[in-house]
Design a protein around this ligand. Structure first.
Ligand SMILES: [Zn+2]
Length: 412
């Protein structure tokens, strides 16, 4: 077998070790800014000799939907993961979407492993691990967050801390991403897996804008790892799950539209249910405030009337019905509410003030979820065939990264 077909696309078996990195929350501005100041030498080389472009992330521009789009090569309508969090229509409960039972499509990684490619997946946060590793046979899949708990039976590896030589880092830290890169590099050197997928955390991007000392240190660290993989002969492909924007007003207070407060006021308490799919157990860096929400309404509510009213609220960029939004953004219609609301690049959406602990945010809010955070880097360390070069910047999306890495690279 020289190729596999996954979700309607064909992927060649890896010709040489391929390392795909999802730099969580890597707004292209971090790369632009770092390159302009000459602090990212590996990236500079990739720009000169490989591919340096931007692509679109899926909407909602959240972590889980986009990680799954990257590894399946398909939009949420196909893989089924519409948020980090959703209202399960079967139970009426709001639940995390981190169980493989929510997946509706196979991943490229699973398909490659079935054909005996050796696959290694490392994530920063454990919430993604089982989704990303689903269907991967005789490979490795573990998180930095739970590195100390890995077992050969469950994760395909043990003693990860010994391998890396580091303790398990704090979950809210840049070290969590560094641990992923270091573990990846050690495993690359020892075992040269055919395909690696390394998925980082956006902690730094939520806290630190491009050009700040913390952001510089983080991107310099990443650049050194990109360089190390490059020097060891890997195909290196970089993208992100979403960008990141400042969501504060002129004096540094978060710009928040509280949807439930508005809707309760307009329609009466209990007629609507607001779901914020950014919600997950890790709220310290965003307070569960993102730029995308879905709303469930009781049957008597006139969706088009509410939509018209919401569109007039300052900071709201898009309001669509379930049908409109699922078509425009390729979302699974049964996993979004009766309405989808997206706020603009300076605004986030909340439920009501009492639902969000803004004291956690110390130093302002940077977040994502909307159209303003849809642009992400799309970078390879090697040149691609002409047909692929022509696709750059033409409806390119982060879900194309495995296609480029496995099919597009022009090996010497
Ligand atoms: Zn993310």
């Amino acid at each position: 077998m020289t190729a596999v077909t996954v979700n309607g696309r064909s992927y060649q078996m890896p010709q040489r070790p391929t390392v795909v990195v999802c730099i969580d929350g890597a707004d292209p501005e971090y790369f632009t800014d770092g390159l302009a100041r000459g602090i990212l030498p590996a990236l500079q080389r990739f720009r000169e000799h490989g591919v340096y472009a931007t692509a679109q992330a899926m909407i909602p521009s959240f972590t889980n939907p986009n990680n799954l789009s990257i590894v399946t090569g398909a939009p949420p309508a196909v893989h089924g993961i519409s948020g980090n969090f959703f209202l399960d229509p079967e139970t009426g409960n709001e639940v995390m979407m981190n169980e493989p039972r929510f997946l509706r499509a196979e991943s490229i990684l699973a398909a490659l492993s079935r054909e005996n490619a050796r696959v290694t997946i490392i994530t920063a946060k454990d919430k993604l691990r089982r989704l990303l590793g689903h269907g991967v046979e005789h490979g490795m899949c573990f998180s930095a967050e739970k590195a100390h708990e890995v077992t050969r039976a469950e994760h395909g590896i043990d003693q990860v801390n010994d391998l890396v030589g580091w303790e398990t880092p704090e979950v809210y830290s840049s070290e969590l991403s560094a641990f992923v890169m270091e573990a990846g590099l050690r495993l690359y050197e020892q075992q040269r897996p055919d395909v690696m997928y390394l998925s980082l955390t956006d902690y730094i991007q939520h806290k630190h804008a491009p050009g700040t000392p913390e952001a510089d240190a983080f991107y310099r660290m990443l650049d050194q790892y990109f360089s190390a993989f490059d020097e060891r002969g890997a195909v290196v492909a970089l993208t992100a799950d979403h960008g990141m924007r400042d969501k504060n007003d002129a004096i540094g207070r978060p710009c928040i539209v509280y949807l439930r407060t508005l809707l309760d006021d307009w329609l009466g308490v209990g007629t609507t249910r607001v779901i914020l799919p950014i919600t997950d157990p890790y709220v310290v860096h965003h307070g569960a405030l993102g730029s995308f929400a879905t709303i469930y309404v009781t049957p008597e509510v006139d969706v088009s009337q509410v939509g018209a009213r919401l569109r007039d609220v300052p900071g709201i960029e898009y309001v669509g019905t379930r049908t409109e939004a699922s078509q425009r953004f390729a979302l699974p219609a049964d996993r979004i509410g009766d309405m989808v609301v997206i706020s603009d690049h300076t605004t986030v959406l909340g439920k009501a003030p009492e639902d969000h602990d803004l004291s956690l945010l110390e130093g302002g809010l940077r977040s994502h979820g909307g159209l303003g955070e849809q642009m992400v880097p799309f970078v390879l360390n090697m040149p691609v065939h002409e047909a692929y070069r022509q696709r750059l910047n033409v409806n390119l999306c982060n879900a194309d990264i495995f296609d480029f890495a496995l099919n597009g690279v022009a090996l010497a």
